[in-house]
Design a protein around this ligand. Structure first.
Ligand SMILES: Cc1cc2nc3c(=O)[nH]c(=O)nc-3n(C[C@H](O)[C@H](O)[C@H](O)COP(=O)(O)OP(=O)(O)OC[C@H]3O[C@@H](n4cnc5c(N)ncnc54)[C@H](O)[C@@H]3O)c2cc1C
Length: 451
């Protein structure tokens, strides 16, 4: 029998844990395929790391405190957006520039085209990228093993990188959420070996990215339980049992045929499993790191950064991180600027705010003319402090054995693991979450057929 979406026996009970994009996609598509779904979510909202801030800003404007950009080539999420009757709006058409922060002995800022900075890095890394491609980008290959053990900082020393290249690579902490000392060289080489150009068109969902999780949740209504934390999962040959802590602190037991576990490994680690996970899988889950990141959304009475010929988005090695226009596609005189500080910059940004308040961040943008505008409202979100994420997204450090990567996405009996961190092509992206949710449907289908 061919495995089609319709081939899940009607009423097969599937418990999905986590109502981020991975869990929501899995739940909606499993329901469409005939399964009876229960979606369990710890927070009082759906969307997980997709978090649109509304109501906090003047002129009815909104901004993204979590995931922001949808890239060209991210077909799974684009299709889902379309299916839900939503629209994508192109943004930041000039792409990213790179602004080198002044340091000791250097008073002036230096602005480079993002494309040039990326190309210069790609040229130096080319021999390693070529070797990795020759190994079919396999994470169990000796070349991947060798790259994984080295940090990006060690490699920069080895190739005697100049100070501009070091600054550009440090600026990538706004992307990887890890500083060169924390990031494995394999993660950087893997990124450069991808087919995605550094300056592809980017989009946001019109009206806010959270419209996608909200639209998906509409299909689930009575199948969704908010404020409910999964504490333990046990299984035998025929069924699964999921222990849930309910909003009033009581425990309840849900029975089903399969579980789709769509939570980050940071919280997955504390879910008790019976029988336990295989040792390799437990090691993979426990050793995966999540990046620190603080996002500051600053609304000003005018968009002082929108100037002819100037890029609306900049990567930097500054302690306040990257910044970009958060709402060029929205109406109103006011404008919102996003500052996203990854890795050590997250801590540095928090220190600035603790010492000088949000004005400290405004001062850091003085060189762009921030003092000519009035700050109206601001919101700051630190993701490493978020109990249900404990970080922005996964990254691979030199302590992560690349041979373990497969284990992040392998099913354990009747438990299927999904989420951003399980995606090979789109790890760290909303598209990775959606893609993994679709994989869960195919896996449940295959398991049903096997029985
Ligand atoms: C600041 C920031 C910027 C980003 N920028 C981008 C971007 O521009 N583009 C992009 O594509 N991606 C971006 N991302 C990444 C993107 O947000 C994620 O890859 C994606 O949203 C992850 O979805 P997920 O479903 O895998 O996980 P999540 O969204 O984390 O969903 C998991 C859900 O599980 C719940 N949960 C956890 N533990 C339990 C438990 N024990 N019981 C019940 N529920 C539980 C959580 O509350 C959460 O709702 C960004 C992320 C951050 C934080």
């Amino acid at each position: 029998m061919k495995c089609t979406r319709q081939s899940i026996r009607r009423g097969t009970k599937v418990i999905v844990v986590g109502a981020g994009l991975a869990g929501l996609t899995a739940a909606v598509k499993l329901k469409e395929a005939g399964a009876k779904v229960s979606l369990i979510e710890a927070r009082d909202r759906v969307g997980g790391r997709v978090l649109t801030i509304r109501g906090a800003f003047a002129q009815g404007q909104h901004a993204e405190a979590g995931a922001d950009f949808i890239d060209e080539g991210q077909h799974e999420i684009q299709r889902l957006v379309e299916e839900q009757g939503l629209t994508l709006r192109p943004i930041l058409r000039q792409g990213f520039a790179f602004v080198r922060h002044p340091g000791p002995g250097r008073k002036r800022r230096h602005i480079l085209s993002g494309e040039k900075a990326w190309d210069a890095l790609a040229r130096v890394l080319y021999p390693l990228v070529a070797a990795y491609r020759a190994a079919d980008k396999r994470w169990d290959s000796p070349i991947a093993g060798q790259l994984a053990r080295q940090s990006v900082a060690q490699w920069l020393d080895e190739v005697k990188a100049d100070s501009t290249m070091r600054a550009v690579v440090r600026g990538l902490r706004g992307f990887f959420l890890a500083d060169p000392e924390e990031l494995s060289l394999l993660a950087l080489v893997d990124q450069l070996a991808g087919d995605v150009s550094g300056q592809a068109t980017m989009y946001r969902v019109e009206g806010g990215n959270d419209r996608l999780p909200l639209a998906l949740a509409e299909h689930l209504r009575e199948d969704l339980r908010l404020n409910s934390v999964v504490r333990a999962i046990s299984q035998d040959r025929n069924s699964v049992r999921v222990n849930v802590e309910t909003p009033n602190g009581q425990e309840s037991l849900i029975l089903g045929k399969y579980v789709v576990l769509a939570v980050p490994t940071t919280t997955l680690r504390s879910i008790h499993m019976q029988p336990p996970l295989p040792a390799m899988q437990a090691r993979a889950i426990h050793s995966l790191k999540y990046g620190r990141t603080t996002k500051a959304l600053l609304q000003f009475d005018k968009s002082f950064w929108r100037k002819k010929g100037r890029s609306l988005a900049c990567g930097t090695d500054a302690p306040t991180g990257a910044f970009w226009d958060a709402n060029e596609e929205q109406a109103g005189e006011a404008g919102i600027l996003t500052m996203m500080a990854g890795g050590q910059a997250s801590e540095d940004t928090q220190k600035i705010v603790a010492q000088c308040g949000v004005e400290g961040l405004v001062d850091a943008l003085d060189w762009m003319g921030s003092r000519s505008a009035t700050l109206l409202h601001s919101r700051i979100v630190t993701w490493e402090d978020d109990a249900w994420a404990q970080g922005g997204y996964a990254y691979f450090d030199p302590g992560f054995d690349p041979r373990l990567r497969d284990w992040l996405a392998r099913s354990h009996g009747r438990i299927i693991f999904v989420g951003e961190h399980t995606s090979v092509n789109w790890q760290g992206y909303m598209n990775g979450a959606v893609e993994s949710g679709l994989r869960a449907v195919a896996e449940v289908c295959a398991m049903v057929l096997k029985k």
